[in-house]
Design a protein around this ligand. Structure first.
Ligand SMILES: [Zn+2]
Ligand SMILES: [Zn+2]
Length: 343
């Protein structure tokens, strides 16, 4: 098969011919129809993730068609149109039994723990636990964005942040996750303040319903958010994963507000300063959010089906695999999501 391969961290990304994957007993191989290019792929390529071993094929936001099925798989067949969370759960450990596959103790992640989906085919583990059927009529390019950024944002806003109608939500960083969070928060009836340094990203946030836009490169961002929201956000998300956005998000909250850390804060991003005096004095909650388990997809899919969420609006570019390497290196420089749809 053709795949985007890198041999060394930060080195050239080249399309090469590599052996086709074969399914595990409980796994499947999917013919990739679309694979998004995400900041996490950039982290994998940059050597920020200890799970990644070179040579490596990145890619974890995918949708496609089941092409081969392991002998132990019960619920999926060749030809099924599917997507998958970027965290593939084992289905058997304590967190999985508690319905929290997104923090599975034995999780695998395509594009990190094994070769990913910027390729013609990708192997996925524990298919009965992790695959999600695509709604009829949903294009694969749209579905590819669900597996990581949109689902991550959906759970961060609804499941972890528990955003309620009328609340103020601040979104720090309007890349794929942040813009998804803006959409989800607006659909939940919240009022949104969007923060970014890129005018194009802020314009998209406005188009998705953000009420106020804050230029992240100018002045005291938390003070601006507190001012615009009459005392601070009820919920604030660091959707980028940087020391400055993490601290800024916490400082944007009103008393009893909830900070949700969604961005990854990899080594090299710097350790954020946590203003613990504000956490105590304001009874702030600091919460982490890590993807979304397949079992939680139906609530999100039904809102998409009802026309209340529009993940397709996040996809601003469709590419061929030959252009994926350049797009991965430049991820974040152009607003919206790039998706590879020709392999
Ligand atoms: Zn991702
Ligand atoms: Zn598990």
């Amino acid at each position: 098969m053709r795949a985007l391969v890198f041999e060394e961290f930060g080195g050239p990304l080249a399309v090469r011919s590599v052996p086709d994957p074969v399914p595990d007993r409980d796994g499947v191989v999917v013919r990739v129809g679309a694979s998004g290019i995400c900041r996490s792929d950039w982290h994998a390529w940059s050597g920020h993730d200890p799970d990644v071993v070179v040579p490596h094929v990145p890619g974890h936001e995918l949708a496609g068609t089941v092409a081969a099925v392991g002998s132990g798989v019960r619920t999926w067949a060749v030809g099924d149109r599917v997507t998958v969370p970027f965290v593939c759960a084992c289905g058997r450990c304590g967190p999985c039994r508690d319905g929290a596959g997104q923090v599975c103790a034995h999780q695998t992640q395509p594009g990190f723990t094994h070769w990913g989906s910027l390729a013609e085919f990708v192997a996925l583990d524990a298919a009965d636990v992790n695959l999600v059927a695509l709604p009829e009529g949903m294009p694969v390019a749209t579905a590819a964005s669900l597996g990581c950024r949109f689902a991550t944002a959906f759970r961060a806003v609804t499941g972890v942040g528990r955003v309620r109608p009328g609340e103020w939500v601040a979104v720090h960083g309007c890349g794929g996750v942040g813009l998804s969070a803006v959409q989800v928060a607006v659909a939940a009836g919240a009022r949104v303040v969007a923060v970014d340094v890129a005018p194009g990203a802020l314009e998209l946030a406005r188009a998705f319903g953000a009420e106020h836009l804050v230029d992240g490169s100018a002045g005291d961002v938390p003070a601006a958010v507190r001012d615009l929201t009459g005392g601070g956000a009820h919920v604030s998300l660091d959707a980028l994963g940087a020391a400055v956005t993490c601290t800024g998000s916490i400082r944007s909250l009103r008393p009893r507000g909830r900070h949700v850390q969604v961005g990854l804060l990899p080594p090299g991003a710097g350790r954020p300063e946590i203003p613990m005096e504000l956490v105590v004095a304001g009874e702030l909650a600091l919460l982490g959010s890590h993807g979304m388990a397949a079992a939680d997809y139906p609530a999100m899919l039904s809102l998409i089906d009802a026309g209340r969420l529009h993940p397709e609006l996040l996809v601003t570019r469709e590419l061929g695999l030959a252009d994926a390497g350049d797009a991965l290196v430049a991820v974040g420089r152009t607003p919206g999501i790039a998706v590879v749809t020709a392999f």
